[in-house]
Design a protein around this ligand. Structure first.
Ligand SMILES: C[S@@+](CC[C@H](N)C(=O)[O-])C[C@H]1O[C@@H](n2cnc3c(N)ncnc32)[C@H](O)[C@@H]1O
Length: 281
């Protein structure tokens, strides 16, 4: 993110393409020729460790962004990463790809302090397999049934020490959340009751998160006038939430067809209180 200066961003809120989720295979392969070659190799030789190499390379691609995020965040700045694990049969073997664990490990190695994370229990991941409405595996017979993935993670990290403010800083005080908000937002499990899934065509295409997710995170971890970064803008949900909350936002998106959609979405809600910068990679 060469356009963004060191230590200039207060908060990062994002949801990247999830490694080993089929809808993002093409994006990873187009972004990184090594990943495309490895898929080809897997098709040719079916070797077990090729799957591991693909998974490693997908995370190596994302880790570049976590490293840049560390650079651009201010001391005490927070990074919020929404990611889901993946389950998939590759080479005839069904397995879990624990993306959340990989991201935590990568961010820890970069130097972030790992904070307690949020589990977002999604309403849409009802147990269903090939239209049978059944759990994955062998029905009611132990031991070969699988647990359904019905939670995603919102991983939280901090760069360095706690963010410092002057005593009774008016901007900080005017950004305070209420007691009911604190009680709900700072509990570890967020349920579908509080967070509605979005369902428009663009939202499905970009695997958008509901606006309540960035809205809460921005209010929890930034103050009015702050700069929020989303390195994977998608449909621009973070950018819109930032603007609605009087924050500015810098965002990146690699799919050129989304840029006009993001601009329109944010301009519809533009109230002059924040600035936006969309960078097309
Ligand atoms: C899961 S979606 C983000 C969805 C978003 N949170 C929303 O609510 O719409 C991930 C987005 O990252 C974009 N992307 C993937 N690699 C990228 C890269 N290297 N730079 C910028 N954007 C990228 C994809 O095109 C996709 O739109």
């Amino acid at each position: 993110m060469p356009e963004v200066a060191d230590c200039s961003v207060h908060l990062m809120v994002t949801s990247p393409p999830y490694p080993m989720i089929q809808m993002w295979d093409r994006l990873f392969s187009e972004a990184n020729a090594k990943i495309a070659d490895l898929w080809q190799q897997l098709e040719d030789n079916g070797e077990e460790d090729t799957v591991d190499k693909i998974y490693d390379s997908m995370h190596a691609y994302l880790t570049q962004v976590w490293r840049e995020t560390y650079r651009v965040l201010i001391e005490g700045g927070i990074a919020c990463i929404n990611i889901g694990d993946a389950t998939r049969s590759v080479n005839g073997r069904f397995q879990l790809f624990p993306n959340h664990a990989r991201v935590i490990e990568a961010c820890q190695q970069i130097g972030f302090t790992v904070l307690p994370y949020i589990l977002w229990k999604k309403p849409t991941n009802k147990p269903s397999y090939k239209g049978k409405g059944a759990f994955l595996g062998s029905g009611f017979l132990p031991p070969n049934a699988y647990v359904t993935l019905d939670c995603e993670f919102i991983l939280l990290f901090r760069k360095g020490n706690l963010r410092a403010f002057p005593p009774h800083d008016p901007t900080r005080y005017s950004s305070a959340f209420t007691k009911p908000e604190r009680d709900e937002w700072f509990s570890q499990i967020w349920t579908s009751k509080g967070v509605r899934q979005t369902s428009g065509e663009i939202e499905r295409r970009t695997a958008a998160y509901p606006k309540e997710i960035p809205n809460r995170l921005i209010k929890m971890f930034s103050v009015r006038g702050d700069i929020v970064l989303d390195p994977f803008l998608g449909s621009g949900t973070t950018m819109k939430a930032a603007m609605n909350n009087e924050r500015s936002c810098i965002g990146y998106e690699t799919d050129p067809s989304l840029v006009s959609i993001i601009t329109k979405k944010t301009m519809d809600h533009y109230d002059n209180s924040g600035k936006i910068q969309i960078i097309k990679r």
